[in-house]
Ligand binder design. Sequence first.
Ligand code: COA
Length: 167
Amino acid sequence: MKIFTDNKVAIHELELLFTACFLDLVEQDEEKFDENNGQSLREWFGIDELRDYLKHSRIIVAEEDGKLVGAAIVGKQNPLTWPDGKKCEVFNLGVLPEHRNKGLGSDLMEAVEKEAKLMGAKSIVLNVHELMTETQKFYEKLGYKRTGILRYYYENGSAVFFMKKLS
Ligand SMILES: CC(C)(COP(=O)(O)OP(=O)(O)OC[C@H]1O[C@@H](n2cnc3c(N)ncnc32)[C@H](O)[C@@H]1OP(=O)(O)O)[C@@H](O)C(=O)NCCC(=O)NCCS
């Protein structure tokens, strides 16, 4: 398995990857993420906005035998308020269902943190849907601390915010 920064990865490959990641979530949590509930997972995962994210972010990819099996997108949380805390945000993270639970998600997050430090960030922020409790535990295990809940942040529910200081 190779994990590296690759800002030239084809957008359609990233779309396929993240779509496979969220379709699996639909199966697991069908009633939590009802497509008719204001915001589809496709929207929520920013699949149609990937091109915009990529203008301002770095992409970490995990490849096995040349095939994309996981990816993370990290960038400045807000380029305009960057001097105010120098925070990077994880905009997207996904590992193909058949490659999960082998430490790949954690390895991608380690690479994200290294990349954020190279960008000059002092901390990383991210948010998770309040209903995605397993994913919240995943970030907590990696040392991310809850900083609060923003009610109605998403069209279909509240967001739990996490932060980790980079040393
Ligand atoms: C979150 C994700 C990237 C973790 O990838 P991974 O390669 O399995 O991560 P690791 O192997 O390093 O860690 C596995 C841990 O993640 C937990 N986990 C995270 N999300 C989970 C989910 N949706 N269902 C079940 N377990 C999940 C597992 O319980 C496991 O915990 P354990 O070590 O105590 O058993 C992967 O589950 C995924 O792609 N999920 C769908 C997309 C997503 O939710 N992205 C994050 C959006 S904020």
